[in-house]
Design a protein around this ligand. Structure first.
Ligand SMILES: [Zn+2]
Length: 411
């Protein structure tokens, strides 16, 4: 994450107040390892900007009563928009503490270009905000998540699965259209945020692997999303797990990528007994993969084998990741709730066989299905993160000041 230290401290403080509030300044300083002076200085600004409120003298402890802090949930809201690979957009609006105000889902229309997509998202978000009870001026940030290759820190879209174009200033264009700061992110990075902000995970250091239409991975380190040095999301789905001559071809142009074995695409290819041209058959993949999983659950040997192949290659890729990165915890999350049991035996066997023992012993690995509501929670968390960092709110104030001065008649 490419953010300055003061903004990160602001983010940490607000996250701690959200999670533990009402909470005192002394407790916050101890929790975060900050000086009391730093906590007092930042919380004064947060109270002044309407993010935090004080509760008077309510400490139950003996001695001098302490003032407690809590998030001013109703003062601002944020909007999330998640474009899933199955052809739907899910919109949500949450208060400043992450409480859901409203959400809606609708199918994506046929859009012929990234320009049309950006324009359509702007319109949909505009209408959505107008339909909520929240004043537009109180929407601090809008987040957009989708599959593809994204440079979140600059708002650049490098690659979108179904539309041509690269290095598109996606966040800037949508932000100018709706007049609210916009942040974009890869959807698996939003899954990590959903776990961190809304899940049971107690660790601040983990990697999360998603298995659905594709395979992806995102990381958290010291309580913050971790990207590469250029700020672009990783493409774990294209880690190679098959170097043989008949390795499966991948939509990236390469061969032997884990996504060609372990994703819905992989199940479809396994079921087609080998190579399958998927370029124009994504609808078939989306339709057939759940049926393959269901048939495997009912005991169909060929379908069980397809799931075992998926688990084996996912285990290989994650073993390579553990050997390279030494992560503390890996959460494997599947799109289909039946998938964990079907891939577990071959997945665990591959992990045991290919991970170096001292690293395997230190890595907690957990397989389960993704929370069904992770898409809205992930985008809500992304937009909240932006608001908590402060950059979004400063941008919003600048935009509204500029709009006000442009509207003022000149003398
Ligand atoms: Zn690939």
């Amino acid at each position: 994450m490419l953010i300055d230290g003061a903004a990160l401290t602001r983010l940490s403080l607000l996250k701690a107040i959200r999670k533990n509030g009402p909470v005192s300044r002394v407790e916050l300083a101890e929790m975060l390892g900050l000086s009391k002076g730093t906590v007092s200085e930042i919380t004064a600004e947060l109270i002044q900007s309407g993010f935090v409120s004080e509760e008077g003298n309510t400490s139950a402890e003996r001695g001098r009563p302490r003032v407690l802090l809590r998030i001013q949930a109703g003062n601002f809201a944020v909007v999330g928009a998640n474009l899933d690979p199955f052809g739907f957009i899910e919109l949500c609006i949450v208060d400043l503490a992450g409480g859901l105000i409203s959400k809606q889902s609708s199918p994506l229309p046929q859009l012929g270009s990234i320009e049309c997509l950006m324009s359509w998202i702007g319109d949909v978000v505009d209408c959505f905000i107008d339909d909520t009870p929240i004043e537009r001026a109180r929407v601090a940030s809008v987040s957009v998540a989708h599959p593809g290759h994204v440079e979140s820190s600059t708002g650049l879209l490098h690659w979108f699965p179904s539309l041509p174009g690269h290095e598109i200033p996606f966040a800037q264009v949508v932000s100018q259209r709706i007049g609210i700061p916009v942040i974009i992110e890869n959807d698996v990075d939003c899954l990590a945020r959903a776990e961190h902000w809304f899940g049971d995970s107690t660790t601040a250091d983990f990697a999360i692997v998603y298995q659905g239409l594709s395979v992806g991975l995102a990381q958290y380190s010291d309580g913050l999303p971790r990207t590469g040095s250029s700020g672009v999301n990783s493409e774990f789905g294209h880690v190679k797990t098959d170097y043989s001559e008949d390795a499966r071809s991948c939509f990236c142009g390469g061969r032997g990528c884990v996504t060609s074995y372990s994703s819905y695409r992989g199940l479809f290819i396994s079921n087609a007994s080998g190579e399958a041209d998927l370029d124009h058959r994504i609808e078939e993949v989306i339709e057939q993969a759940p049926a393959i999983i269901e048939a495997a659950r009912s005991g169909d040997p060929a379908k069980i084998k397809a799931c075992a192949t998926a688990g084996h290659h996912l285990g290989l890729a994650i073993a390579n990741f553990i050997n390279t990165v030494d992560p503390r915890q890996i959460l494997v999350r599947t799109s289909d709730p039946n998938m964990p049991d079907l891939i577990r035996p071959s997945f665990e066997a591959a992990i045991r066989q290919h991970t170096l023992e001292p690293l395997l012993r230190r890595t907690a690995i957990e397989i389960g299905s993704a929370q069904p509501d992770w898409r809205w929670k992930g985008t809500a968390a992304l937009a909240l993160e932006q608001a908590y960092l402060g950059t979004a709110v400063r941008q919003a104030r600048r935009t509204s000041r500029n709009a006000a001065s442009a509207a003022r008649p000149s003398r």
